[in-house]
Design a protein around this ligand. Structure first.
Ligand SMILES: Cc1cc2nc3c(=O)[nH]c(=O)nc-3n(C[C@H](O)[C@H](O)[C@H](O)COP(=O)(O)OP(=O)(O)OC[C@H]3O[C@@H](n4cnc5c(N)ncnc54)[C@H](O)[C@@H]3O)c2cc1C
Length: 393
């Protein structure tokens, strides 16, 4: 960074898990760096990071996502030491119980393809035919299944809100300033964003601006005239009680698209919506439980005939409609405007590594630990999508 811009802070718009992970990494890599996070709602009531199912898997179809997961699980396993200090040790409650992808006859080839990619990366994953599935998971209806892909290590779930809080607290402790305000505009001079304009009209000069606005990222991009293909799409999470004990129980992804996993003594589940409109109100879709999820669940796991829906909540996926992958790094013509958006349902698990990667871009001008250039913003301008086939919900 040149001396003149160094006087100004890096301004991060949005203090969810992405913005807070970035703030943590910036001040860890460069303790003297001035960083301001602008967050309009410190209660995080509508933020994806507070409404997430917070699960992590190694089973992606693209190399870069698998590499991110490998680095992320390593970070999550030692999050308490990385993000704690003195006698304050955050507990993100990581549980490594695996993911189980299921396929009928038409989906088996895809599972085999993804398995081959995963094995080249050293992922510990096993393909199970329907007899092996029945042997391992006695509670599963395997009658119409051809294949399952089970993650043996590095997959499971954790407390996403605890991770967000741990990043934010540690970032504050390292000197990051959190400002409660809404960003309403960006001032631009030539090829640089020079100021961030807040709702009360005040302005913050900036060396860099980072868009970490989650499902609202498209609006922040538009403040600089940038088109970002990221849309807020509602997803409902259902909390279900089932009287039958079933163990072991990994996060299961059914060929029909629903997912389910244990959460304490209950289960949480979701499914892709039939109507995926933008910006729907954050009210749970109870109809979908009755008409689509429960029948599919009871078919796959007969014990769920006796299940009871206890409650539900809804949050926004920040869906990148271009290729369902994160969009990282600087915009081509606005060199100090960076993005960390569009994670399409896998942002919580990627935040520790994406935060570090974007911090490296700002501090060192390049990725230094893991090359995430396949996720760069430039691929959109060049119309080179990097499709991720394993997208859930
Ligand atoms: C139901 C559900 C289930 C999910 N399950 C998983 C999962 O199992 N695994 C996984 O990895 N990911 C999952 N995700 C996705 C993951 O939670 C998100 O990718 C991640 O939380 C995104 O973090 P973020 O910080 O980018 O966004 P957010 O947490 O939404 O934070 C963005 C912040 O920006 C603030 N903001 C926006 N605009 C402005 C502005 N103009 N001025 C100031 N502040 C602003 C908002 O108030 C918000 O706090 C799930 C998401 C949902 C909704």
């Amino acid at each position: 960074m040149s001396g003149s811009v160094r006087l100004h802070p890096v301004v991060v718009i949005g203090g969810g898990v992405m913005g807070s992970a970035l703030a943590y990494w910036l001040t860890r890599l460069e303790p003297s760096m001035s960083v301001t996070v602008v967050e309009r709602d410190p209660s995080y009531a509508r933020a994806s990071s507070a409404l997430s199912a917070a699960s992590i898997r190694q089973q992606f179809s693209t190399l870069v996502n698998i590499r991110i997961s490998q680095a992320s699980i390593a970070f999550l396993r030692k999050a308490s030491d990385e993000l704690g200090w003195d006698d304050e040790k955050p507990d993100i409650m990581l549980r490594e119980h695996g993911y189980l992808y299921l396929a009928g006859p038409s989906g088996a080839a895809h599972l085999r393809r993804a398995y081959t990619v995963q094995k080249t990366c050293g992922t510990e994953v096993a393909l199970l035919d329907s007899a092996a599935l029945a042997g391992r998971f006695a509670w599963l209806n395997t009658s119409d299944l051809s294949l399952g892909s089970l993650g043996l290590r590095g997959e499971g779930w954790f407390d996403g809100y605890a991770l967000l809080m741990a990043f934010a607290r540690r970032a504050r402790r390292q000197g990051v300033r959190y400002v409660q305000a809404e960003v309403r505009g960006l001032a631009i001079d030539g090829h640089r964003v020079t100021e961030v304009i807040l709702s009360d009209g005040s302005r913050i000069g900036c060396s860099h601006v980072v868009n970490a606005a989650g499902p609202w990222a498209r609006r922040v991009a538009a403040m600089a005239g940038v088109k970002l293909p990221v849309f807020a799409r509602r997803r409902t999470v259902y909390v279900i009680a089932c009287p039958t004990e079933m163990s072991p129980f990994p996060l299961l992804i059914d060929p029909t698209g629903f997912w389910i996993r244990p959460e304490g003594t209950k289960f949480i589940a979701g499914l892709p919506p039939s109507d995926d409109a933008d910006d729907q109100p954050l009210e749970p879709d109870y109809d979908a439980f009755e008409t689509r999820l429960w029948p599919a669940l009871a078919h796959r796991i007969p014990a769920f005939e006796a299940a009871r829906l206890e409650r539900a909540w809804a949050g926004y996926f920040e869906v990148n409609t271009f290729d369902h992958n994160g969009i990282l790094g600087a915009h081509e013509s606005l060199g100090n405007f960076l993005f960390m958006n569009g994670f399409s349902g896998h942002g919580m698990q990627q935040a520790p590594v994406v935060g570090r990667a974007v911090a490296e871009l700002i501090v060192h001008g390049r990725f230094t630990t893991l090359d995430l250039s396949p996720l760069s913003f430039a691929r959109i301008a060049r119309n080179r999508p990097l499709h991720e086939e394993n997208v859930i919900g």
